[in-house]
Ligand binder design. Structure first.
Ligand code: B12
Ligand code: SF4
Length: 524
């Protein structure tokens, strides 16, 4: 059988426009059916022309599409095309797991896959390929489909694989020739664990990796398996990104992985990056040293908010803004760059509080920041709560892209969110950030000289691409508010350890908000 694996269209907003990550999901499920012909078409990096794409679809029996929430319409559009060209269609990933009815309801989707995909995908392909085991669809756990009467059937939950080492190695050969890049550096992902032992009400990880009784899970791969995967990556890339949400959940395990990377010498040939948490790094300062020795040069941290009340509500009670400052400084002192995630408008935060958060982020001088309006993904308890309170403002899933607002809070309207997210990007990136980065990255004797190798791409994709994205969204310094310009006044009631300077009043205040008319229309 011929299977075309498809990563649907990229988003044109937020940092996604300048970050292209390889779809580990698709190359992972493809590894389960090596006996079938496979090709990957990735809208993020492959050139798309409809006519050519349709004739490509003609050559395949089945398409396997992955979809996060904001990509779901693109995924469905591709499924429709595939159906028109006579293919069987299978869709899996986050959105199909969180809202299976929405996906399964479309007549051109044959199989909607919920949760862990490997075993389910293999069983569907065996079913389509002659069904030698003579099973009925109802016997395939973890799928949703329409029966002959048009009723959506959800089969039982798929049991999670208890040992992640049992899965075959991802089909990295399918990525050949595709240039994935992460803010200018080329990157490949390696997954070392799945799930999370915590249970935050706004997180969709829990539903993806929950066991059949509904509990959250955390499973890890063995060190030898992780090393096999590291060796399997094409080392021509700049980075290996350990892509799970928190690579450092279990400090003992993290230490073991780092020791192995150091002992094996891989750290002299390859750079690494990961996602971690401030509290873990604060409580384990030696881990920062070891990350450095293992050649980790980029860490993603959820900075979230300068307001303790928001951190507490986000299940980050053990983190304080002062700890954030210390960890950020310790990492940057070593030459480890930081990609921070900052939430705009956590419930309870007023406009002034959001601006204090933006100013604090600027003061932290992070290398890169994604400002995210508070987002409730469907299928999470947080979404249900916001829906019940009438706070969901956008029903169109394309706005669930962590750039546009999809909800309001008691304190902020959708329009406020649009303004504040735009203002955050403008104030962070358009006021001296480029100069500060250039000074650090261009210094051949500086701590960040490891950036020099990828400087061309960094400038072209990360900086120029990023700026083009901002300007295309109407984000300029003109939209920075007077309140944010007056730093001393704004920060006076904030943690006194955060240094206060004086901002120059040079720009005009915002005259009108011309951003994203569509969402304003929908939400007003
Ligand atoms: C690495 C990562 C990225 C990378 C790479 C993305 C990529 N192309 O895969 C980057 C940084 C680029 C990224 C960007 C974004 N991401 Co992201 N990302 C992740 C992360 C941390 C890991 C994903 C991963 O590779 N997992 C490992 C693979 C093996 O697991 P998987 O993808 O879930 O696939 C399994 C199943 O889902 C299923 N499956 C998936 N697809 C399919 C398809 C078929 C046919 C079948 C049968 C099964 C199947 O089977 C797989 C194996 O079991 C997750 C969080 C997490 N822990 O999962 C967030 C996550 C997926 N991202 C998320 C979001 C929102 C985004 C962005 C929209 C954010 C933004 N605006 O910047 C963008 C959109 C990217 C895009 N347009 O493609 C959300 C998705 C929420 C949602 N409801 O959709 C998550 C869950 C983070 C979160 N906690 O909210 N992301
Ligand atoms: S938000 Fe982070 S800590 Fe909370 S459940 Fe999700 S992955 Fe775990």
């Amino acid at each position: 059988m011929k299977i075309l694996y498809i990563n649907p269209a990229r988003l044109q907003s937020g940092l996604d426009a300048i970050i292209t990550g390889a779809p580990l999901s698709l190359i992972t499920i493809a590894a389960m059916v090596p006996e079938h012909d496979a090709k990957l078409f990735d809208f993020k990096v492959d050139k798309y022309r409809e006519k050519k794409f349709r004739s490509e679809l003609n050559r395949y029996d089945t398409v396997a599409i992955t979809s996060m929430t904001p990509q779901v319409y693109s995924a469905l559009e591709v499924a429709k095309m595939a159906k028109e060209q006579g293919c069987k269609t299978i869709i899996g990933g986050y959105h199909p797991t969180l809202v299976p009815d929405f996906v399964a309801d479309h007549e051109y989707v044959d199989f909607t896959v919920r949760g862990e995909g490997e075993h389910t995908f293999k069983e569907i392909i065996d079913y389509l390929d002659g069904n030698k085991k003579q099973i009925s669809l109802k016997e395939i756990d973890g799928i949703s489909y329409k029966n002959k009467e048009g009723k959506i059937i959800h089969t039982s939950e798929r049991e999670l694989e208890h040992n992640l080492d049992n899965f075959p190695m991802p089909r990295r050969d399918l990525l050949k020739g595709k240039l994935y890049s992460y803010l200018g550096t080329t990157t490949r992902q390696v997954e070392t664990s799945r799930g999370c032992p915590h249970n935050c009400k706004f997180c969709c990880i829990i539903k993806m990796w929950r066991n059949s009784t509904g509990g959250s899970t955390y499973r890890t791969k063995s060190i030898s398996r992780i090393m096999r995967e590291v060796y399997d990556v094409d080392w021509k890339n700049d980075f290996i990104f350990f892509c799970e949400d928190n690579f450092t959940i279990n400090v003992k395990r993290t230490n073991k992985i780092l020791d192995t990377l150091i002992k094996s010498g891989v750290n002299t040939k390859m750079r690494f990056s990961c996602q971690s948490r401030v509290d873990t790094l604060y409580n384990n300062p030696k881990l920062i040293d070891k990350l450095y020795r293992a050649n980790f040069r980029q860490v993603f941290l959820g900075i979230e908010s300068v307001h303790q009340q928001s951190l507490d509500a986000m299940n980050k009670r053990n983190t304080t803004p002062a700890m954030v400052k210390i960890v950020v400084k310790s990492l940057r002192d070593k030459g480890i760059s930081i990609f921070g995630g900052v939430i705009i408008g956590f419930p309870g935060e007023t406009k002034r509080m959001v601006r204090q958060n933006i100013q604090n982020t600027i003061d932290l001088d992070l290398d890169c920041v994604q400002f995210t309006p508070i987002t409730a993904f469907p299928g999470t308890p947080f979404y249900d709560e916001m829906k019940e309170k009438g706070r969901i403002t956008a029903t169109n899933y394309k706005f669930y892209d962590l750039f546009h607002p999809m909800m309001r809070t008691e304190e902020l309207t959708s329009k406020d969110f649009l303004q504040l997210v735009a203002e955050a990007y403008a104030a962070f990136y358009l006021k001296g950030w480029i100069l500060r980065r250039a000074k650090e990255y261009l210094n051949p004797f500086g701590k960040f000289n490891w950036m020099l190798g990828s400087l061309g791409r960094l400038v072209k994709q990360g900086i120029l691409g990023g700026l083009a994205m901002l300007y295309s969204q109407g984000i300029t310094t003109k939209i920075i508010s007077e309140e944010l310009k007056n730093k001393a006044e704004l920060m006076k009631d904030i943690n006194p350890t955060i240094k206060i300077g004086t901002a120059k009043k040079t720009e005009e205040p915002i005259k009108h908000d011309s951003l994203i008319q569509e969402i304003v229309k929908e939400t007003s």
